[in-house]
Design a protein around this ligand. Structure first.
Ligand code: COA
Length: 416
């Protein structure tokens, strides 16, 4: 099966998570992604949180599948020359260095554009260009805090809380992938490359859109009727943390199921969506609630929503989370079990769909990773193991026209 991005060559000058997540996605879809890494050490994640001594850590292997690895010291004259050759032959350069690092290396946007006017230069930074924090180095949780996610996540009586989901890192990488693909289509129209920049703060803000909606509603009316604070609690002038309340206007909560006393994940998420109220009452054996004026509308329910959740929890007490969902799904009630990572790793449906995949690795044996969450009718991304450090250095140099002797000299000078 041919892959849509076949023939697109990408210089992957990324590290840690945000950039690698972007280029990995493009590699799955057929791009030739050449990961450029510092000789000797490579991407810092190769050695971070190792579970097998001396083997690439899962942090690296799970973000760098389907790529080739070229070691290159881009601060030596010889290394710079190799990079220049690569730039001339490539379609995209992706980087997520600290602000100014690429410029200090001598590869400003102007220089790259001069070397290859068709090149798309894609960058991740913590904050956007011109922002008053644009000199900062940024990691995941910093972005979650600066992007509004932390102030709106957690419980009202606790501190701002970050999410386990990589809203700052992988999410920014996904935004960048969209930017790169857009620029590639644009290049088809104009023949020219361009600079594509995504900041981690902006990417988090983009996912916190509904919280900005809520800020404006709060400014206007002084309360937010779907938050647990309504109608008994107090609102200040900023969007509060709403615990596990549903963000889209449907009240919902995480509810205990059978076994919660010993199993930290024996819970379901239960949503009380307006149109599902009748089936909910039937499923719970409470048909009298359907027409009771204290329960019949969302507005009538809100003042005692936690009593309703308590009644549902009583109904759940003798059902496992899976049994509960199996009953509720028959009534078309939006709900799901709270799944642990162990359950996700072993879920047969996720294995069958290719979302959780096992891939071979030269040093580790087989490891588990997340495959493509995007499914196509005409493409089944095949996930291959991540490259060893410098595994493809000689191969790539010879593709660039270097002779065996020249390659040997580059090794001797420690430029590759
Ligand atoms: N050859 C020679 N030098 C190399 C190189 C190579 N192949 N690859 C990297 N370097 C150099 C860089 O040029 C830089 O040198 P300089 O500081 O002298 O200019 C140096 O290595 C360190 O790079 P830097 O990006 O500053 O790494 P760091 O470990 O200090 O910071 C981050 C890490 C992630 C905080 C930082 O890169 C950053 O803020 N990136 C943007 C936001 C981001 O992506 N955050 C991470 C999300 S997972």
């Amino acid at each position: 099966m041919s892959k849509p991005l076949e023939g697109i060559k990408i210089i992957d000058f990324t590290h840690v998570q945000a950039g690698p997540a972007c280029t990995q996605l493009l590699a799955w879809f057929g791009a030739d992604v050449i990961k450029v890494e510092r000789p000797g050490s490579g991407d810092v994640t190769r050695s971070q949180l190792r579970d097998i001594p001396d083997a690439d850590a899962l942090y690296f292997t799970m973000l760098n599948s389907n790529k080739r690895s070229l070691t290159l010291d881009t601060k030596t004259p010889e290394g710079k020359e190799v990079l220049e050759k690569l730039v001339k032959e490539s379609d995209v350069l992706v980087e997520n260095f600290a602000p100014g690092a690429l410029d200090r290396m001598g590869f400003t946007w102007e220089r790259l554009n001069e070397l290859n006017p068709k090149l798309i230069v894609a960058s991740v930074k913590g904050f956007s260009d011109g922002h008053h924090y644009d000199d900062l180095k940024v990691y995941e949780n910093v972005a979650q805090c600066a992007g509004g996610a932390a102030s709106t996540t957690g419980f009202w009586d606790g501190p701002p809380t970050v999410s386990a989901a990589a809203l700052g890192d992988s999410n920014t990488g996904m935004h960048l992938a969209i930017g790169i693909l857009t620029a590639l289509i644009g290049r088809g129209q104009t023949g020219r490359g361009q600079k594509v920049a995504v900041s981690m703060q902006d990417s988090v803000i983009n996912l916190c859109r509904v919280k900005l909606r809520d800020q404006q509603r709060l400014d206007r009316v002084g309360y937010l009727e779907e938050y647990p604070q309504y109608p008994h609690g107090e609102f200040s002038d900023v969007v509060p943390r709403g615990g596990n309340a549903g963000g889209g206007g449907q009240p919902g909560w995480v509810l205990k199921c059978k076994g919660w006393e010993t199993d930290p994940n024996a819970y379901i998420y239960f949503t009380i969506q307006g149109h599902a109220w009748e089936p909910i009452c039937r499923a719970l054996g409470k048909p009298e609630w359907i027409s009771d004026p204290n329960y019949a509308t969302a507005q009538a329910r809100q003042p005692h929503i936690f009593d309703i959740f308590a009644t549902i929890e009583a109904w759940l007490a003798d059902k496992t989370k899976y049994e509960a969902v199996d009953i509720l799904r028959k009534f078309d009630i939006p709900c799901a079990p709270v799944l642990s990572m162990k359950e996700i790793a072993n879920d047969p449906s996720l294995r069958a769909s290719g979302t959780i995949v096992e891939v071979p690795h030269k040093e580790r044996g087989t490891y588990l990773t997340v495959g493509s969450p995007i499914k196509f009718s005409g493409l089944k991304p095949e996930i291959t193991g991540s490259p060893l450090l410098g595994e493809h250095t000689d191969e790539i140099l010879s593709e660039l026209g270097y002779s065996k002797d020249q390659i040997a000299n580059l090794h001797t000078s420690r430029s590759v």
